[in-house]
Ligand binder design. Structure first.
Ligand code: NAP
Ligand code: GDP
Length: 323
């Protein structure tokens, strides 16, 4: 009944469907982006703990997916990574092995997993491209997460060579948007700074940006990434991963990112930099030229607009936001 060439129904299973990226894909799918031939299921850890092989098999048996977007992972910002490198390695290796092997056992037509530009070698030339993933050690701050993610690329190659499977991966840069993890200690820089700005405004205290503000990042809005994920699901046919990023010229410093939040939230207080806190990796500038060859006209949401939408969402949903 299910065809591998896209003519039959596609049952798309999204692991990590309750997270930042999963909720963005769900928003598009529920907003009319789903094709009539597609059935979508979004999973959270409540449906199955994917570190557990039996629970992974049970959820695949229930959903019978033909396609998998694999987002589930232990995820966190710089400071959570520095604290729990071992846990990042173990949890992610277990989740990834369970999901990929179970997808193989179920004859899933296509799996798209999610890597990250922070897994690339720390000592490198710029811009980083898709061929460089395994060229040297990642930054020491998140070695557990990075090596676990790199192994997905190795497994994808193995499933292709030994079993002819179409298991591939995408490589987003720093993602942000609605439904992010706004926990200050654990989350990424933008949600952390949005939450801190909200509290500083409420309490009449300074906004404290961690580190020097000099490191540089390419940020991608979760809704833009979600559009690209849907394109990869339907069109992308390579085993080799593809970087999903705004252009190199869109890279901003942490200081500029903080200023964008300050402006979006109308914060009038003092902004200070706590240089006793780590800067982490200075930059990981990535090339999106492979993406641009496929989609020369794709329009990214301007950074300031995406920041404003995210700040507005956080303020309006303060009581329910993850924090
Ligand atoms: P997130 O908001 O933290 O969401 C993580 C998702 O994984 C949640 O749905 C969570 O379920 C699920 N999950 C975690 N542990 C699980 C387990 N043991 N069993 C089942 N599900 C589990 O993360 P995100 O930012 O959306 O990240 C999605 C993917 O993008 C990840 O693979 C991440 O590595 C990658 N990525 C993220 C960024 C970024 O800047 N955020 C950048 C590059 C790549 P619950 O909601 O039930 O906990
Ligand atoms: P990374 O891109 O993987 O390094 O992870 P993050 O999203 O956590 O970004 C870390 C960078 O933002 C570092 O340079 C931090 O010093 C800086 N930063 C500034 N303020 C914050 C904050 O409140 N939370 C986090 N996570 N990082 C911050």
């Amino acid at each position: 009944m299910t065809s591998s060439n896209g003519t039959g129904p596609k049952r798309v299973l999204v692991t990590g469907g309750s997270g930042l990226v999963g909720r963005a894909i769900e928003q598009l799918v529920q907003g009319g982006e789903a094709l009539p031939s597609e059935e979508w299921t979004f999973l959270s850890s409540k449906d199955a703990d994917l570190t557990n092989a039996a629970e992974t098999r049970a959820v695949f048996a229930r959903c019978q997916p033909t396609h998998v977007i694999h987002l589930a992972a232990m995820v966190g910002g710089l400071f959570r990574n520095m604290k729990y490198n071992l846990d990042f390695w173990r949890q992610n290796v277990h989740i990834n092995d369970n999901v990929l092997q179970t997808a193989h056992e179920h004859g899933v037509t296509k799996v798209i997993s999610c890597l990250s530009t922070c897994i690339f070698p720390d000592k490198t030339t710029y811009p980083i491209d898709e061929t460089m993933i395994h060229n040297g050690p990642p930054h020491s701050s998140n070695f557990g997460y990075s090596y676990a993610k790199r192994m997905i690329d190795i497994q994808n190659r193995g499933y292709h060579e030994q079993h002819g499977r179409m298991f591939t991966a995408v490589i987003p840069t720093n993602v942000f948007g609605m439904y992010d993890n706004f926990n200050i200690e654990e989350g990424h820089v933008l949600p952390g700074l949005i939450h801190k700005t909200y509290l500083a405004q409420k309490n009449g205290t300074p906004l404290v940006v961690w580190g020097s503000g000099k490191p540089r990042r390419q940020f991608i809005y979760s809704l833009d990434l979600a559009r690209l994920f849907i394109w990869v699901l339907r069109e992308y046919q390579e085993i080799e991963p593809i970087i999903l990023s705004v252009g190199e010229e869109e890279e901003v410093s942490i200081k500029e990112a903080a200023e964008s939040i300050v402006s979006a939230m109308g914060f009038k207080g003092e902004v200070i930099f706590d240089t006793t806190k780590s800067d982490g990796q200075y930059k990981k500038t990535a090339s999106n030229s492979k993406l641009r060859k496929y989609l020369p006209d794709f329009q990214f949401t301007p950074f300031s607009q995406a920041v404003k939408e995210t700040c507005d969402w956080f303020v309006a949903n303060y009581d329910v936001a993850r924090k």
